[in-house]
Design a protein around this ligand. Structure first.
Ligand SMILES: C[S@@+](CC[C@H](N)C(=O)[O-])C[C@H]1O[C@@H](n2cnc3c(N)ncnc32)[C@H](O)[C@@H]1O
Length: 358
């Protein structure tokens, strides 16, 4: 089974956003903008940056999704197309959704040999119902989500996701909506403090939010290192982890409305799957894993109980059977080969016939 793909150059790779032209969305949240795409849109110039992403838990995903000939799957997080390629190689047909034009362009070229068994689809997995309707996909045999950002997105400084490389403070996976700089320069101190705590669990969030407000009065934050180095000076190093890690995580989750996307997807996913169809989700941090774990658990209980009821009652939302009860973590060999797999967990459910509840 192919588990990695080589570092490659794409001649028509899109160049990234300008460093400077940033509008301030004072008081505006990323949710206000939503997920709007244009198939023809995206970045315009070329770049020499190679695309690289090593797919995580690849064999396990193929095992659970069972992508036999003629089966139809949606990969809601196409990225570099590694998981999709494994499904295609096994004979399935795959619609690969990504909000990032670079990922779609790369995967389209990489997977061209599979002809019309593969299609890259612009959009967000949170709007999968609309995409399924427009594409006339019908019942699905499986859906995969491999949450978060790709290694490519993280490692290209100009995308502004990483505190390791300098670049514009952007962090958008797609082209729409406010950037991280818009939030950092435009949000109130209390709002910043809140997301640093809620989405980053950053204990120094209060101090960092106050510092940001003080600093931006002198000059707006424009680059990743301006923010990361400043945080490091402010709170110092604690061990090996960069002190800006949690703030960057919080900003990224907020900018891309990652938890909202996940919730919207989970709400509609059962309706898109055939009976026997499977849903596999790879999570990377406790916030998203908690949402997936609880949703899967609640929807796979035959009965629900409440203290005020004399006895348990049939669960009207019983739509799944849990596979891999505790989730699947990568083995030691995968973790040592690919450090980014360390915190990942694969959770899988199977759509069941909804029991009739009287
Ligand atoms: C971890 S990577 C996927 C890697 C892929 N599984 C592979 O093997 O190459 C996640 C990808 O999902 C995309 N993505 C994240 N959230 C998304 C969303 N809500 N809708 C559509 N694409 C999303 C990102 O742009 C990124 O390209």
């Amino acid at each position: 089974m192919l588990s990695t793909h080589p570092i490659q150059k794409l001649s028509d790779f899109r160049r990234l956003r300008s460093f400077t032209s940033r509008s301030l969305f004072r008081g505006m949240t990323s949710k206000a903008v939503g997920c709007a795409y244009s198939m023809a849109g995206g970045r315009s110039d070329s770049t020499d940056q190679p695309f690289y992403h090593e797919s995580i838990l690849l064999d396990e995903v193929v095992h659970f999704l069972a992508p036999l000939n003629g089966r139809l799957f949606v990969d809601g997080t196409l990225g570099g197309g590694g998981h999709t390629e494994a499904l295609l190689r096994a004979g399935a047909t795959v619609k690969g959704i990504d909000r990032d034009a670079e990922a779609r362009d790369y995967a389209t070229e990489r997977l061209a040999r599979f002809g019309d068994r593969f299609e890259a689809v612009a959009g967000c997995f949170g709007e999968i119902s609309r995409l399924a309707e427009v594409g006339n996909w019908g019942g699905l045999d499986g859906i995969l989500l491999d949450l978060g950002v790709s290694s490519h997105q993280l490692d290209v400084g100009e995308r502004g996701f990483s505190f390791r490389f300098d670049g514009p403070l952007d962090m958008r996976m797609g082209d729409e909506g406010p950037t991280a700089a818009d939030l950092v320069n435009g949000w109130g101190e209390a709002e910043l403090r809140q997301i640093f705590w809620d989405l980053g669990e950053e204990k120094s969030g209060r101090k960092i939010a106050a510092w940001i407000v003080q600093e931006r009065a002198k000059a707006p934050f424009e680059t990743t290192l301006q923010l990361a180095d400043g945080i490091e000076k402010l709170i110092g190093r604690r061990g090996r982890t960069h002190p800006a890690t949690k703030v960057f995580q919080a900003l990224r989750i907020e900018v891309n409305d990652e938890l909202g996307e996940l919730r919207r997807f989970l709400e509609v996913a059962p309706d898109l799957l055939k009976i026997g169809g499977r849903l596999a989700i790879i999570t990377f941090h406790s916030l998203e894993d908690r949402i997936v774990k609880q949703t899967f658990r609640d929807a796979s209980k035959a009965e629900v109980d409440r203290p005020e009821w004399p006895s348990p009652r049939p669960n009207p939302n019983h739509v799944y059977r849990l596979l891999a009860r505790k989730g699947v973590a990568p083995g030691g060999e995968e973790v040592s080969r690919n450090a980014r797999s360390r915190s990942s967990r694969l959770r899988v459910v199977e759509r069941i016939k909804t029991p009739t509840v009287s």
